[in-house]
Design a binder for this molecule. Structure first.
Ligand code: NDP
Ligand code: HSE
Length: 435
């Protein structure tokens, strides 16, 4: 749908919570400037919320609980979706796209699993689908991947993409704060998802990793393709073991283009806690901040950093998309479409090369180190470093491995745990940032 100069771009805002209320505020406060940048006034013509009676602060004549009717209204040009979750949002957006409305959304859960059908619907109607806010809040990251790096070959994307878990891990590390009190604080500050288990169990980061991998490797990757581990099992022992070794614990999303011995390419996408050296830039990213490294053949290494969650930062990304849609409507043309031409297979986690840190409490007797080392050797896992510290009748043994297939490392740890001389497996965590 194109617009003549001066005609307003009419926006249906779905959801007016943490992010939606900031989008509404900024759209009102910056109306003049946004109109100048977009080439036309951008006006909210309807706001759908679940409980209109709970929103006395909003213009009552715009409020509705009937999002399904609003998205197909003739008076709407663009849908800004800030409700979250999959159904009924998926149905609303498909109906809206079919009716010729462009869509701006921050909904990573929906995009991670349904971007293909949303893109198809957008293509069929010749409208836009933008979703910058769905990954890493305020940080301009998806546009660089989709547009600025479209001429390069991205090989790796690695970073902190969940503000809530980074906020919790930072607090546990810096102040020794408890897990649940910090999670409550993250919810109060508007960082956590409506159901915060999506954050702590890694689902939110896995959705974002799927979106990042799809864009980076021109391949459809869904959340179910992503190996996912959250932070619920990260203990104070893990964090102190990391500190002793000059490392920090972070929940990372890691998307890699990998090549096997026969030269066959695939993608590996995973989310799990890792230990990284304190000297690594990602170790110094704290609170709800996010940071993402991108490696590309010609560009080399790039780093993106900023606020990864919260109402106003996320609204900034939403408004950037809205101005892009408005410009397309005024000037003609469309934003980028889906690019999935590479269609690379997804490599299972078990075959993905990783490195492990294993911290053990072992009997302080002769031959223990040899027994433990033998298990690593039996599984073809090469040891990079060993540190041993004696206590009274036990000893603390820390082993860091070289890269090995993740399945081999897992079975090594399972077998070590069964050795009589091993009293306790204190901490097992993958290691990154030391290659
Ligand atoms: P909130 O829970 O704060 O707000 C959700 C809004 O959706 C509320 O206004 C709610 O109405 C409305 N809503 C819920 N169900 C319906 C329904 N059936 N019909 C109409 N409206 C409905 O969520 P957030 O603002 O935090 O998140 C919104 C989206 O943005 C999610 O996809 C989230 O993942 C994403 N996001 C969030 C970030 C953040 O930092 N919070 C950062 C990046 C992305 P009511 O007010 O009446 O309850
Ligand atoms: N719950 C998400 C986070 C919001 O903590 O990162 C931003 O996507």
């Amino acid at each position: 749908m194109s617009k003549k100069d001066g005609q307003p771009i009419r926006v249906a805002l779905l959801g007016c919570g943490t992010v939606g209320s900031e989008v509404a505020r900024l759209l009102t406060e910056q109306a003049g400037e946004l109109a100048a940048r977009a080439g036309a006034p951008v006006e909210i013509v309807g706001i759908a919320v679940r409980r209109p009676d709970k929103h006395p602060e909003l213009p009552q004549d715009l409020l509705t609980s009937d999002a399904a009717s609003l998205v197909v209204s003739e008076n709407v040009d663009v849908i800004v979706e800030l409700v979250g979750g999959i159904e009924p949002v998926r149905e609303w957006l498909l109906a809206g796209l079919k009716a010729g409305k462009s869509v701006v959304t921050a909904n990573k859960a929906l995009l991670a699993d349904h971007s293909a059908e949303l893109f198809e619907a957008a293509d069929a109607s010749g409208v836009d689908l933008y979703f910058e806010a769905s990954v890493a809040g305020a940080i301009p990251l998806l546009r660089p991947l989709r547009e600025s790096l479209a001429g390069d070959r991205i090989t790796r994307v690695m970073g902190i993409v969940n503000g809530t878990t980074n906020f919790i891990l930072s607090a546990m590390d810096e102040t020794g704060a408890g897990y649940s009190e910090t999670l409550d604080e993250a919810s109060r500050l508007g960082y956590a998802e409506a159901d915060p288990t999506a954050d702590v169990d890694g689902y939110d980061a896995a959705s974002k990793a799927a979106i990042l991998a799809s864009l980076s490797f021109h391949t459809r990757v869904t959340a179910s393709d992503v190996h996912r581990e959250g932070i619920a099992d990260v203990t104070a022992s893990d964090i102190s073991a990391a500190r002793l070794l000059g490392r920090a614990v972070k929940l990372l999303a890691i998307c890699e283009r990998v090549r096997d011995d026969n030269g066959v390419e695939s993608v590996s996408v995973r989310v799990h806690p890792v230990m990284i050296p304190l000297s690594h830039q990602l170790a110094r990213v704290n609170g709800a901040f996010n940071a993402v490294y991108v490696e590309a053949d010609a560009a080399g290494e790039l780093m993106f950093y900023g606020q990864g969650a919260g109402g106003a930062p996320t609204a900034s990304a939403v408004l950037g998309d809205l101005v892009a849609v408005a410009r397309n409507m005024v000037g003609g043309g469309r934003g980028p479409r889906e690019s999935a031409h590479a269609a690379l297979p997804v490599r299972p986690m078990g075959q993905t090369p990783t490195r492990y840190h294993v911290s053990l409490d072992v009997a302080d007797i002769a031959g223990v180190l040899a027994q433990v080392a033998q298990v690593f050797a039996d599984h073809g896992v090469s040891i990079a470093a060993v540190r041993q510290r004696d206590r009274h009748s036990t000893a603390s043994l820390v082993v860091i491995t070289h890269l090995a297939p993740d399945a081999a490392l897992q079975s090594t740890v399972d077998e070590i745990a069964k050795l009589d001389v091993v009293h306790e497996v204190v901490s097992v965590m993958r290691v990154e940032g030391e290659d």
